[in-house]
Design a protein around this ligand. Sequence first.
Ligand code: UD1
Ligand code: UDP
Length: 359
Amino acid sequence: MKLLTIVGARPQIIKAAALSRAVAAVGQGRVVEHLLHTGQHYDHSLSGRFFDELGVPRPDFNLGVGSGPHGWQTARMLEGVEQILLGNHYDGVVVYGDTNSTLAGALAASKLHLPLFHIEAGLRSHNMAMPEEVNRVVADRLASLLFAPTAEACTNLRREGYVENTIVESGDVMYDNALHFSAMAEQAPSLATSLGLEHKRFVLATVHRDFNTDTPERLRAIVAALEEVDRHFMPVVMPLHPRTKDRLGSYQPRITAVLQPVGYLEMLQLERHAHVVVTDSGGVQKEAYFLATPSVILRPETEWTEIVAAGAAKLVDADPKAIVDACQTLQQPSPASTNLYGDGHAAEKIIAKIIAFAQ
Ligand code: UD1
Ligand code: UDP
């Protein structure tokens, strides 16, 4: 079976690492995977470095689409993916998550009547103002198999009327990766130590959601809160997404360390050793949970509701007082009694199901 996997943004390259390992392990001889990179992310620090670091095979195709408004970016991707699908024979297309690359891949595959496999299906913020919500709702609607990472994601799909035999509760490939790479991360040179940070004595922050970066008063409120945390509580370290860097312009947040985006292993280290993680990232809030670090979520809602229900995360939106309070009061979560994100073998299950689907 010949599969085309579509990636474009940083977290999708990271997720692809889990599936590529599973193709090598489970699908050997039965699945050939080609990788298409849309070029949505193109800086080495958001793209190239993860192929090297996580052993993801180099993309077979790179559309080099780059940054731009949603319609323009998605249209270029749609055209590019369609050309690749028309020029090659594939038995199915894999898309991850909820980015514009996901949407373009899903549309191109379904218009050509190719089976579409959506990994991270069923997540909902119930907030259609988020571009990601639009993308994931459409990708789910077009998918032949919906790989839901959590029980909650399955419930969402059932509530929306999806046919039972299209829903697969697979577990989360991000959890597979966190387990697979965490020992390696601990052996790598410590970024925290090189920054003079002590175990559980610093705060890790990431911000990149459009509603936080592109609404000046929200960005100002978040940065002001991080500056206060740094001044009165613990040093704050923030790897800066280029979108946020761009929106901050010449403003330099007065915190202990503003970094370039870091590598995946460095990020796992920082998440494990931080006292608390402050973030609007889906992947980062989950990894913090996997590594038993609480998180303060800079959003009014989350798709990963089980982390909040478990008391391991707090939704604070962009309220500076709530951000500062949560940093000071959130306790280290106790290890979960049930595994909310699977058993660390989600990607193998996904490949096995895809093979069975094609037979
Ligand atoms: C995208 C996804 C978001 C995901 C995030 C992961 C959409 C709609 N958004 O958001 O769901 O959580 O990726 O990180 O698909 N830029 C660079 N270099 C790059 C890439 C981007 O400088 O390599 C800058 C550009 O100024 C660009 C901005 O970042 O305009 C935003 O990039 P874009 O890919 O549109 O969205 P993200 O915010 O990265
Ligand atoms: N990440 C990273 N370096 C960074 C910030 C994040 O390697 O400087 C990783 C992080 O560990 C997680 C993924 O990127 O695996 C999350 O991606 P991001 O926050 O960009 O997007 P989201 O998950 O919100 O879609």
